[in-house]
Design a protein around this ligand. Structure first.
Ligand SMILES: [Zn+2]
Length: 210
């Protein structure tokens, strides 16, 4: 599997460019900004982008989606529980001091237990509400890899003080859904360094049970 991680925008959201080496079909996850740099990576690997997946509707993850769709023709996928947040992009832009990307149109809702396929690659959609109602993680079982959005970080978890956030729900999602994955699973969080499920299970201070 081709996988490049590029931090984009002022909040340095980890955008993933993933591709199947044989079919050269690709998927881009969380193109928050810096779309030209994302497209340069797509070009470098000679990929045809087939899906644009948004882990949740915060501006730093979704801000570049329409530009990327215009450049690639690929559909934009987001869980429908975050559609309300999408309508607040202007307000989100003001909060973080970014320019509003304008209206973002979603082509399909990503439903829990959906499988996102590109070439021979398959990712399971895990619905992990808490950071937002419609937050999802993408799990590639064959590659032992989880794209975690802002649900789980190295040594931390997603903030829950924004609209739609719930501390109870994010802990529930992480314990019941994310930590159910094998220890060796590589976790690519929405921001910051890559980690593993085992590392977070053992040492993440937010996940220790007394
Ligand atoms: Zn977020």
């Amino acid at each position: 599997m081709i996988h490049e991680i590029i931090p984009v925008g002022p909040l340095q959201c980890n955008c993933s460019v993933i591709g199947d080496e044989t079919s050269r079909e690709g998927i881009v996850i969380d193109p928050g900004d810096d779309v030209q740099q994302v497209l340069d990576l797509v070009e470098k690997h000679k990929l045809r982008v087939k899906q644009i997946v948004i882990t949740h509707a915060h501006i730093d993850h979704v801000g570049g989606a329409m530009k990327l769709r215009a450049a690639t023709g690929a559909p934009i996928l987001l869980n429908q529980n975050d559609y309300a947040l999408l309508k607040m992009l202007d307000m989100q832009a003001a909060w973080v001091g970014m320019r509003s990307p304008g209206k973002v149109e979603i082509d399909h809702s990503l439903e829990p237990a959906d499988t996102v396929k590109v070439g021979s690659l398959a990712a399971q959609v895990l619905h992990t509400p808490g950071h937002t109602e419609g937050s999802v993680c993408l799990y590639f079982p064959a590659e032992n890899k989880l794209i975690a959005g802002d649900t789980l970080f190295a040594g931390s978890i997603g903030r829950t003080d924004l609209p739609g956030g719930s501390y109870e729900k994010i802990l529930h999602s992480i314990h019941d859904c994310v930590l159910a994955l094998p220890d060796e699973t590589i976790v690519v969080p929405g921001h910051g360094p890559v980690t593993t499920i085992g590392e977070e299970r053992e040492s993440n201070p937010f996940l220790q049970r007394g």
